[in-house]
Design a protein around this ligand. Structure first.
Ligand SMILES: [Zn+2]
Length: 312
């Protein structure tokens, strides 16, 4: 009997070992390739250029910028308070511009803030002139809505210290500015004014001096932020300037429900303050150092704005 194994055993072994070797090689390769492919896919994800996120200019504005509206009180037609200084008639509307122009200079250097202003030495800016013209009907409607609400807010326990009777034209413009601020999602509104009070001879210096700040009444939608904003401006202003000593303004930050500028009858969304920077007859606002005084009023207001926006 032939033993069949003598020659065929090495051949079977050879085939088996080739087969096993092949399997080992395959397994090794599978492992290696899966490891390599993991590496490749991870690194390719990490190194793959990220899809570019396109942000529209409008959205960019919301992410990067705050929007401030400066309103130098009154205008060339209605110039507000006045004071005769040696035959030189001082108009409040000019003083208000002195502050807002300085403030605009500072704010324009701040890349995080976009600033709008309602008027300059040349009158209302084109933006607002156009708005008053094209939105006339809707502004009148906005005003009507605001006046309607006033009927429900008459039980006002806070003494109204401000003269609220304003000519129709002034009322129209202020309502227009508020409507514009609502539509343009303004973060903070600053109205600049100088004070006066009724007295016998309004061309002599009065008894009162110092600044005060008017804010919308408690319960109004823009009251909480306006109150914070006003306290911040107050903190910085009183580092340099005295607070008002007029008895009716003893709170310094005073709530008002009827002042159109800060959103009479809950009509303004944006936090808003009306700063009376001092009394128009105060000597520091005229003469040699007055430019520095206006600059300083603007700088302290700017610090109050920054603190409100960035909460440092
Ligand atoms: Zn005024």
């Amino acid at each position: 009997m032939k033993i069949p194994g003598d020659k065929s055993v090495p051949i079977v072994c050879l085939i088996l070992s080739i087969f096993l070797g092949l399997i080992a090689w395959l397994l090794f390769n599978i492992n290696e390739s899966s490891a390599t492919s993991t590496e490749i896919s991870l690194s390719s994800i990490l190194e793959r250029p990220q899809p570019e996120i396109v942000i529209s200019d409008e959205a960019k504005l919301e992410i990067e910028n705050f929007r401030i509206l400066l309103v130098p009180g009154h205008d060339d037609e209605n110039h507000g308070a006045e004071f005769l200084d040696n035959e030189n008639l001082i108009k409040e509307s000019d003083f208000n511009l002195n502050v807002t122009n300085e403030l605009l200079n500072i704010l324009e250097k701040d890349k995080q803030i976009e600033t709008f202003i309602t008027r300059t030495e040349n009158g209302y800016t084109k933006e607002f002139l156009d708005y008053f013209e094209t939105e006339k009907e809707s502004i009148l409607e906005f005003k009507k809505e605001s006046d309607k609400k006033s009927k429900f807010l008459k039980d006002d326990p806070i003494e109204e210290v401000h003269q609220n009777k304003v000519p129709a034209e002034v009322s129209f413009k202020l309502h227009g500015i508020n409507k514009w601020a609502n539509e343009n999602e303004i973060d903070l509104v600053v109205h600049a004014h100088f004070n006066e009070y009724p007295r016998k001879d309004e061309n002599t210096e009065g008894d009162y001096s110092g600044f005060s700040i008017y804010i919308p009444k408690e319960g109004f939608k823009n009251n909480p932020e306006s109150a914070k904003f006003a306290e911040n401006i107050r903190d910085y202003l009183n580092d340099v300037f005295p607070e008002t000593n007029a008895p009716v303004e003893s709170d310094v930050v005073i709530q008002d429900s009827d002042l159109i500028a800060i959103g009479a009858h809950n009509s303004l969304n944006s936090p808003s303050v009306l700063v009376e920077y001092g009394f128009i007859y105060e000597p520091k606002f005229r003469g040699g150092n007055s430019e520095q005084v206006f600059k300083s009023l603007a700088t302290q207001t700017y610090l109050g704005i920054k603190k409100t926006l960035f909460d440092f």
